[in-house]
Design a protein around this ligand. Structure first.
Ligand code: FES
Ligand SMILES: [Fe+2]
Length: 375
């Protein structure tokens, strides 16, 4: 029989008392239930810090892009004051979307009746509305969500009640310091949709067990499964070292403070719930996951390079396109398997290989386990 939402939540309760070396895979419905997805939307994606991408995607005043998160339409702008804002991209008249795509503008005009807003969300003009009694243009603005920038990543908190993010994840700083993550320069961002649950993708990016088998031509010669080493964390993020095969050529140029050891690995980290990152000596790869439904995820992903390099090369991008295609194929067949009523899931591999999945379970358990009051 299929697990209900309550059964999923009880499985999360059991996670709390299970040692990492005895960790089990969560029931299939954890990854396939629309009802559980709704719970995640309400209690994780609306309440926690969610990453939208790199701050330098809106580099100059007037730069903007639009995106969607849990059914909310968002408009990210850099204002004349140089501050980044995440605004609701929903017109205060009757709710049409104010902007679309990305680009550079000094103001946004809603395509329905031409209400026009500035980069900060303030309404500037509304045709013929001065004739309406009590209409006060100065009082109307697009809602602005709470934001935080950490190491060059832009986070948003929809409900505005989350505790500051940085103190929760600053434990990562010693690990990433020498990779100079903040200073990396955005090469490109792209949005794609995969037919898989958002957690399957987060787990996949953060476990080294699949590398040899899923990526035989791409990652196996570079970061073989056998060299993965998990970093123990306090449950607010997960991380592992993905060491390079000694036969693989150097991946310079290098940030100046990178140690010999750091030159020979990518530091992989995930900030729960939705950001996963590979910090390699010469390149930064990030994926921001935005669930569309229980079995589809929208991915804003991109690559950033070192400021002293010539930018992201076509070769680097092509390599990641290949890796992503290999992961996508596996995750989309996985999602089909997870629809089965007969799946009885197995144990996780040893902590260095799949302990990072258990780390994410613990984060989910903290928020959604059966003993957590969700009222
Ligand atoms: S809905 Fe935007 S101007 Fe009417
Ligand atoms: Fe992969």
């Amino acid at each position: 029989m299929k697990s209900t939402v309550n059964e999923i939540r009880e499985a999360l309760t059991r996670v709390k008392s299970t040692p990492i070396d005895q960790a089990f895979v969560m029931p299939a419905e954890y990854y396939s239930s629309a009802d559980f997805m709704q719970l995640e939307a309400d209690h994780i994606f609306r309440k926690d810090w969610v990453c939208l991408g790199r701050a330098d995607e809106v580099k100059e005043p007037g730069d903007y892009y639009t995106t969607e998160l849990i059914g909310e339409q968002l408009l990210v702008t850099r204002g004349k004051d140089n501050a980044i804002r995440v605004l609701s991209n929903v017109c205060r008249h009757r709710g049409n979307m104010v902007a679309s795509g990305k680009g550079k503008k000094s103001r946004f005009s809603c395509g329905y009746h031409a209400w026009t807003y500035d980069l900060h969300g303030q309404l500037l003009g509304a045709p013929l509305m001065s004739e309406v009694k009590g209409f006060d243009i100065a009082c109307i603005r697009l809602p602005s969500f709470k934001t935080e920038i950490w190491q060059g990543f832009l986070f948003v908190n929809l409900d505005g009640n989350a505790e500051p993010l940085a103190p929760r994840i600053n434990g990562l700083l010693p690990y990433i310091e020498n990779y100079e993550v903040t200073d990396r320069v955005l090469g490109f961002t792209e949005e794609v949709t995969w037919q898989t649950n958002w957690k399957c993708l987060a787990e996949n990016f953060m476990e080294g067990y699949h590398l040899d088998v899923t990526h035989p031509e791409t990652l196996r010669p570079l970061t073989p499964t056998g060299l993965c080493e998990r970093v123990a964390t306090d449950g607010q993020y997960n991380a592992y070292y993905s060491y390079y095969d000694p036969k693989y050529p150097e991946r310079g140029p290098f940030p100046p403070n990178l140690t010999e050891r750091e030159r020979r690995c990518s530091f992989m980290f995930g900030i729960f719930p939705n950001l996963v990152v590979a910090a390699a000596p010469n390149i930064l790869i990030f994926l921001c996951l935005s669930p569309g439904s229980s079995d589809s995820v929208n991915i804003r992903w991109g690559m950033s390079s070192l400021p002293q390099s010539d930018g992201v090369t076509d070769e680097q991008r092509e390599f990641m396109n290949q890796v992503n295609a290999e992961d996508k194929a596996k995750l989309e067949t996985l999602q089909k398997g997870l629809q089965s009523r007969y799946l009885s899931s197995g144990p996780l591999a040893k902590p260095d290989l799949e302990g990072t999945i258990y780390d994410m379970y613990r984060y989910m358990a903290e928020r959604l386990a059966g003993d957590v009051n969700l009222d």
